[in-house]
Design a protein around this ligand. Structure first.
Ligand code: NAP
Ligand code: SF4
Length: 666
């Protein structure tokens, strides 16, 4: 496939972009400290070298009251602007273009000094903001404009004004958060004054040609969000005030509709952008859950947008554009929208990276340096850890052989990709298979490598993975008991009433899998989450359509904590919602007594009871498989990684990181 639309240039203001791919803004944690600027420069330079048309930085506050958290990134002085030259020069050296995003957190600021349109606390932050005074609003609009002007001085090619996701500008726009009665509130027209003043004042300071991108909230997905009339009136007024491009924003952070995680269908929000494109004359940019060049091309070819923004896909693969352009799209490491190493990190105050690409944000420290040694490396195990080690070692030039005892590569990912909404995980295996092929790795499927097979290699990487834990439970051999791989693979057809033992990530996934009807051709993700036509429903929010679970599932754990609290910071709430929507019964604080013909016997709060179920699916974690490593011994040339190393809290993020780092050091 060629990507004629995606790869065609576009002129916005005085700037000509080499293609239509925008790397959307995403905070990485490298923005906040001066000493991280070289790392930030390397991170962006790598994406520019990979052909990205326009890069947008994470958000920089226009003043201290706009900080996302204490001492967060801001652009308020000439000195700061001059330091940013390191970033802009690095991108320009790679023929790239870069915009700085100006973001005022408003009531999402994780500080006791946060401000908003009105003194209304958000449901996702602990601090109640103060309402800005009338003069304070005026001053803040000027601060925005001054940051925009400083960005230009710093060598940025454009700016993006963050007017979506529920940050301060949104807080002014929606009656939900703006109770003001002065000139900045009271009517929809007055609520729009704040962003209009920001854009007018910015335009005045930077002159005509400097591109101002405005990220506009097309669907707020919260109650009392903006009506579609208000959105289009705002867009037209902003266009008149000097906006050069509109980027798409979907959903406030406090919205209870997922907008970017794996279970959101690809391209779910393209129609919202298309609606805006029908209203304004300036270019519009589509965004959210677009992760392949073919989908991006399709959106552009359909005339629904002029540009496509992808943030996480460019974390996962900095060469996204270059590979698409070279006809190597099948070598793209496709973002699986898991959020586990990017947004989950940022929300936990850790530096972002990518589960699939641990080099993201570590470009200066995790280097896969080419080697001429031609050392031979055997990798045993074709799960995420082994695949990452094999591909990374081969990229360095090492001669790699990969042994996998089953007939297919993928390990636990082969199970994950069968969970509804996790179909994208199959892309990861496509990526690895193709890279192994391109790099000439010898792949030996169906071979259980013995110590003798491995004796001739310089290094042996043992990534033999995990086996499901079998709990010591009376009746564990009863025919009602099923392992989670057997339940997911359909090896054992599971009955209509099911108990799931263990409520970790896999227990939650299996419960979703068992309640979901794969034959439901009317399944409408948007309807189930209550996303409606924005012209009929303010904020695009309507009554969710109930799901019809095909099984009665009870999910159990021994801990007394609420089920699912250990799941990902930015996705766990959505997984818990799905369980609720699917009628999954949750029981914590369980003691498992036995399984027999009657079902699963448990005790809760000292009261014995029987769950009369057809099957009991065991999702009680995993144990390392390391028989081979025990034979090879710790000494010498054997290296243990992934689940075989640590099965507790086994996850692909650690496995891939460990595999890549080991390969860098071989
Ligand atoms: P897990 O998170 O360790 O959960 C297994 C659960 O089984 C434990 O929470 C434990 O809960 C229970 N358990 C442990 N030993 C048991 C025993 N002997 N008898 C009965 N119950 C026992 O493991 P997992 O669910 O297999 O997930 C593995 C990893 O995959 C996770 O850490 C995660 O990184 C990843 N994953 C994440 C997601 C997601 O975030 N959506 C989805 C899938 C997988 P109690 O002790 O309270 O009973
Ligand atoms: Fe995408 Fe997951 Fe990587 Fe984030 S961590 S960029 S969501 S693959």
């Amino acid at each position: 496939m060629t990507y004629d639309h995606l790869l065609s240039p576009l002129t916005i203001g005085d700037l000509t972009l080499r293609n239509r791919v925008v790397m959307g803004s995403m905070h990485t944690g490298l923005e906040d400290r001066r000493h991280d600027l070289p790392k930030l420069a390397a991170y962006f330079a790598e994406r520019a070298r990979g052909g990205t048309g326009l890069i947008i930085t994470g958000g920089y506050a226009p003043n201290k009251r706009g900080w996302l958290k204490p001492f967060a990134s801001e652009l308020t002085t000439r000195l700061q602007a001059m330091r940013h030259r390191e970033v802009t020069d690095a991108v320009h050296a790679e023929d790239g273009a870069i915009a700085l995003q100006v973001l005022h957190a408003g009531r999402y600021g994780y500080t006791p000094f946060s401000v908003s349109a009105s003194a209304k606390k958000s449901p996702i932050t602990p601090f109640k903001p103060s309402a800005l005074s009338t003069r304070g609003v005026d001053r803040t609009a000027t601060d925005f404009a001054e940051s925009v002007a400083l960005a230009k001085k710093a060598g940025y090619d454009a700016v993006e004004i963050m007017g979506s996701e529920g940050y301060l500008i949104n807080q002014f726009l929606a009656s939900r958060t703006n109770d003001r009665t002065d000139r900045w509130g009271g009517t929809a027209e007055k609520r729009m004054r704040f962003p209009l003043e920001i854009v007018r004042r910015s335009r005045e300071l930077v002159g005509d040609g400097f591109p101002i991108v405005y990220r506009i909230s097309l669907l707020d997905l919260v109650e009392d969000g903006q009506t579609w009339d208000e959105v289009t009136t705002l867009a037209l007024a902003l266009q008149d005030a000097g906006v050069t491009v509109f980027n798409t924003g979907i959903g406030w952070h406090e919205a209870r509709v997922p907008t970017i995680i794996t279970q959101v269908p690809r391209g779910a929000w393209r129609s919202a952008t298309a609606r805006l494109k029908g209203v304004v004359d300036v270019p519009v940019c589509a965004s959210n859950r677009i992760n392949t060049p073919s989908l991006a091309e399709d959106i552009l070819a359909a005339g629904e947008a002029d540009l496509v923004s992808m943030a996480r896909p460019l974390l996962a693969d900095p060469e996204f554009v270059a590979k698409a352009a070279a006809g190597r799209a099948d070598e793209i490491n496709t973002c699986i929208a898991c959020n586990q190493a990017c947004l989950d990190h940022v929300f936990k105050n850790k530096k972002a990276s990518c589960l699939l690409n641990p080099r993201a944000c570590n470009e200066t420290t995790l280097v896969l340096a080419p080697t001429r040694t031609r050392k031979t490396v055997a990798v045993v195990g074709g799960g995420p850890a082994g695949l990452a080690a094999a591909v990374s070692a081969a990229e360095r030039g090492l001669a790699v052989t990969l042994f996998e005892k089953s007939a297919e590569l993928g390990g636990q990912f082969r199970l994950a990709m069968q969970i509804p909404g996790k179909e994208d995980f199959a892309e990861t295996l496509r990526y690895y298979r193709r890279r192994l092929e391109v790099l000439g790795v010898e792949v030996r499927l169906g071979v259980e490598a013995s110590a003798a097979d491995l004796a001739s290699y310089d290094d042996v990487v043992v990534a033999t993975g995990v086996a499901p834990r079998v709990p010591a439970l009376d009746g564990i051999d009863h025919p009602k008991v099923v392992s989670y791989p057997d339940a997911i693979n359909g090896t054992v057809p599971v009955g209509k009433k099911v108990a799931v033992i263990g409520a970790g990530g896999i227990g939650v996934d299996v419960s979703h899998f068992l309640t979901h009807d794969p034959s439901d051709t009317d399944y409408d993700w948007m309807a189930h989450w209550g996303v409606g036509d924005p012209t009929l429903h303010p904020g695009g929010l309507t009554e969710p359509k109930p799901r019809t679970p095909i099984r009665e599932v009870t999910l159990l754990q021994r801990k007394t904590t609420p089920i699912g609290i250990g799941l990902g910071k930015t996705s766990g709430w959505a997984h818990r919602s799905v369980l609720k929507q699917s009628g999954v019964k949750l029981i914590s604080g369980v003691t498992y007594d036995r399984v027999d013909d009657a079902g699963l016997h448990i005790t809760v709060d000292g009261t014995p009871q029987v769950l009369h179920v057809d099957h009991v699916v065991i999702c009680a974690g995993q144990e390392s498989v390391r028989d081979l490593y025990d034979v090879l011994g710790e000494a010498g040339n054997a290296h243990l990684i992934g689940g075989a190393d640590i099965a507790a809290e086994l996850d692909a993020k650690r496995a891939i990181d460990q595999g890549t780092r080991l390969a860098a050091a071989l």
